[in-house]
Structures are given as C-alpha cells and as structure tokens.
Design a protein around this ligand. Structure first.
Ligand code: GDP
Length: 471
C-alpha cells in the first residue's frame, strides 16, 4: 500500500472566504512543523525547555499562526491550523488542515510549499480511499460521500446520508452472516457425513436461505428497480417530429426550475441535456435532434445517437402537435419508441378547443396522455405530476427506508441471488453438498464486493476516480 503523505486543496477553486489545504499521512505533522509558525511560543513545562511544536499541541484543536517559506524568508499567509491525530481522523492517519484566506494564488503557493517538504499531491478521492483502506468506512459509505457531493435534490441527499451511516452495509452483513451459518453447517456435513448430507436438516436450511437471504436480496434489488431514480435521477427524453414544440417544452421546464443544476459532467453533448428537479426527483432531460429517415451521413450519426439515448432512457415524452393531424412521421417515431415507458404529450393545445381529443391509433390508447401548451406553460404541472407518478409509482417520495442500492450494488446482489437460488435447487435435488458450499461461498463474495471486503482493485479505483481532488 502506498503510504506517502498526501496533500491537496480541499475547497473549491476560485475566490472564497476561506480555503483549506488538507495534509494526511505519517509526515503531516513534521511538514506542518517545517512551515507553520505558531503565534505564541510553546513551552512544554514538564520538560522545562522549548519542545518541538507538535508534541505540545492538542489533537482536534485549532492554532493560529503563519505559514512561512523559511528558505525564501517569506510569510505566505496568516492561517488557522487544525491538528488531528490518528486514528480519530477522516483517513485514520495524522491530518493537518491549513485554513487560509483563500484565493487561488495563496492556496497554490502553500500547497507547493507542502509538496516541497515531501507530501505527494493527492489523487481524486484519495483521502476517502484511505479512509476505506484503513477500515474507517466501507465501500458503500465511500460511495455515499460522492453521492452527497453530487446530490441534486433533497431526497437524493437524504438517501446518500443514510448510506454514509452504513445502512446498506448493516443489511448486507446480516445476509452474509446468514450465509456463513449455512456454509458452516454444509461444510461440517461435507467433512463428517461423507458428503451425503443425510443428517443435514435440508428443510431448515432451505427455509433460512429463503427467508433470510433470498427474500432480503430480492427486496434490495426491487428497491433499486423501483426507487433508484430518487438517487440517480430519471433519464427522460423528448421525442417528436420537427416543430411539435420539443425545445419549447425543454426551455419552459428549465426556466421554471429555479434549482437548476449544471449539466451532468462527462456526457457527450450531441444532445442538449439538462438536469431538473421535478418534485424532488432529479430529472435529466434531453431533446433529440430527430428520428426521421435520412441519407445525410452527419444526420445519420445524430439519429443513431438519439436512438441510443432513447434506449438508455427511463421515460420518453412522445410529443405530437394538437393543431396538426398526425402524419406518417409521427407513426414512424412511435414505432421506434413503442417499447419504452411513454407519455403522449399533445402540445399546442392552445390552438384547439378545450375538449379536443386527437384521433390516435388503437395501439396508442393505453399510453398515458396529457394536453399541454409549451408556449403558454399550460398543463405543465399535470405533466410533472405524471412524470413523478410514472417514475416512482406507489412508493412515492415519502418512502421511509432510504437505503437504496446503486447499479453496482444491484449487479452484485443479482449475482448472489442467482447463486443462492441455485444452492436451494441443489439442496432439494440432494446434489453434492460441495456444490452448495461453492455457490454459497461465491454468493458471500458477491456481497463482499458491495461493502468492499472482496472488491477487486479496478472496481475500487473506478469508484474513487469519480471523486474530486481534495476529498
Ligand atoms: P421542436 O422543433 O419540436 O423543438 O419545436 P420548437 O420548440 O422549436 O417549436 C416550433 C414552433 O412551435 C415554434 O414557433 C414555437 O413557438 C411553436 N410552439 C411550440 N409550442 C407551442 C405551443 O404550445 N403553442 C403554440 N401555439 N405554438 C407552440
């Protein structure tokens, strides 16, 4: 394990009230000692003479002083230094935080000085990674840290916060402990009963597997499926032929949403994509360029991208124009989206009578529909209501239990579930108990990946690469 002392600017770039440089590792104190001049002299009375600075400072206290570049004989800033001794720190290592007057130049020059004295620039998420590697938090708690930073709505924040206290970990551990009990019994049977399993109470083991493992795993997977949009956001796309009013609707929704968040980073931006907060759900909305047939190679690429976006989306707003009869183009668009969860949005209702109903084909009759006027903002509240109802259904935002697995967790949960179902089958069929033990062990490993006990290095690296520097 890399045990270099690491340092980074922990506050956002730009000018602010204060800026913080965080230093963590075994040399944190000696580096601080070299660059920090405390305001009042420190006398260690017990030794009757001046003592090294850090032996006289108290853990979890703030000290006033200056950062001094002794080589150049220059004071860089007046600071407050917080001293936190291992193991009761974020990383479980010795930590100092230098609270400066901020400003990018001050921060950069202090950081440079810290690096000059032997610290290594921290990678994104490295402080949190150390908290994980040093056993202070598990992987689900580390992921919750990123979720908290990225939370786009209060609900998403609530979910992230309940994960940071280790809620999911506790659930996973209880399932694992049930599996361990079964494993111990099966292995004992293998050792003592010549693998016949004759004296093993198969009925009881199956019951435990079903109740304490399979049902619990299913419930967690279901939780992901029904409610993950609360944490990850709902991916929604507006589709329709040119001029039906797609961009007008997008603009309306964006203007109305004061809590608008910046576009999702890292997405390729051929489509215009915005994140909205619709009644507490983060909704990532995109407007597709079009889905019409074309020979133009540039357009073909755009259309392929739009199709992929639609495939990945949770909800499609299929928009038609109330003031214009449906055309072949509308029917063709419907064909390419009919397998998705849809809302038929009948726009430009301001141009028709209130009781107007468009003549739609039979196959469209079951699509939830709504009449709006994007231009005048009519019907938008009802549309939002429908979006929310369709995406979180009966669970609603009030769901008390906020432990909702993420996609990575869900994949591991599904694998463990499959293995446990297979184990039940094997016990029923009285197959070799060796196989049962193998499946159960693998199922336990799958669960271990979620909390990090058995997670592979690349998984761990990938999780921490999503962090920002300084966290
Ligand atoms: P898009 O091509 O589907 O993105 O359509 P636009 O949003 O660019 O709208 C095409 C035209 O329809 C523009 O002139 C809009 O002002 C107009 N439009 C959009 N929504 C409405 C509406 O609800 N009522 C009326 N009367 N016109 C609308």
């Amino acid at each position: 394990m890399d045990i270099a002392t690491i340092a980074a600017i922990a506050t956002p770039t730009g000018r602010g009230g204060i800026g913080i440089i965080k230093v963590s590792g075994k040399d944190a104190f000696s580096i601080a000692e070299a660059i920090f001049q405390k305001s009042a002299p420190v006398i260690d009375v017990s030794k009757k003479k001046s003592a090294p600075l850090f032996s006289s400072l108290k853990s979890h206290h703030l000290y006033h002083g200056h950062i001094v570049d002794k080589e150049k004989g220059r004071v860089l800033d007046e600071v407050l230094l917080s001293v936190m001794m291992a193991p009761h720190t974020y990383t479980k290592e010795d930590v100092v935080e230098i609270n400066t007057h901020s400003g990018p130049v001050v921060l950069a020059s202090i950081l440079e000085l810290v690096l000059k004295h032997g610290a290594k620039l921290a990678e994104p998420g490295e402080f949190t990674k150390r908290a994980y590697l040093n056993g202070r938090i598990d992987l689900t708690q580390a992921e919750a840290v990123i979720d908290i930073i990225n939370s786009k709505t209060e609900k998403a924040l609530e979910i992230a916060t309940s994960h940071i206290t280790g809620g999911l970990k506790t659930k996973i551990e209880s399932i694992r402990s049930a599996l361990l009990d079964i494993l111990v019994e099966t292995e004992a049977a293998i050792d003592f009963l010549d693998d016949t399993g004759e004296n093993l109470d198969s009925g009881r083991i199956i019951k435990i597997l079903k109740r304490r493992v399979v049902d619990a795993l299913k419930a967690l997977i279901e939780k992901y499926e029904n409610e993950h949009v609360l944490r990850d956001g709902l991916k929604m796309v507006v589709v329709g032929r040119p001029n039906v009013g797609k961009s007008s609707l997008m603009n309306r929704l964006i203007q109305e949403d004061r809590a608008i968040v910046t576009p999702i980073p890292g997405t390729t931006r051929d489509l215009i994509e915005e994140t909205l907060n619709i009644h507490g759900i983060p909704v990532i909305i995109a407007d597709t360029a079009g889905l019409h047939e074309t020979d133009d190679p540039v357009e073909v690429i755009g259309i392929e991208k739009a199709q992929k976006y639609i495939r990945d989306s949770d909800l499609v707003l299929f928009m038609v124009d109330a003031s214009d009869p449906l055309t072949d183009e509308d029917y063709n668009i419907y064909k390419s989206i009919r397998n998705k969860r849809l809302i038929l949005v009948i726009n430009k209702s301001d141009l028709v009578e209130d009781d107007f109903e468009p003549a739609v084909p039979d196959s469209w009759r079951f699509i939830p529909r709504i009449k709006i006027s994007a231009l005048y903002g009519k019907g938008l509240e009802d549309l939002k209501e429908l979006i929310v109802n369709l995406s979180i259904g009966e669970y609603g935002l009030e769901a008390k239990n906020t432990i909702i697995p993420n996609l990575r967790h869900k994949i591991s949960l599904e694998r463990s579930l499959q293995l446990c179902v297979a184990a039940i089958e094997e016990i029923r069929k009285q197959t070799s108990f060796e196989f049962v033990a193998i499946d159960i062990r693998e199922a336990m490993d799958g669960l271990g990946e979620i909390i990090g006990d058995t997670a592979k290095e690349d998984v761990i690296d990938q999780i921490f690469s999503r962090f920002c520097i300084g966290k």
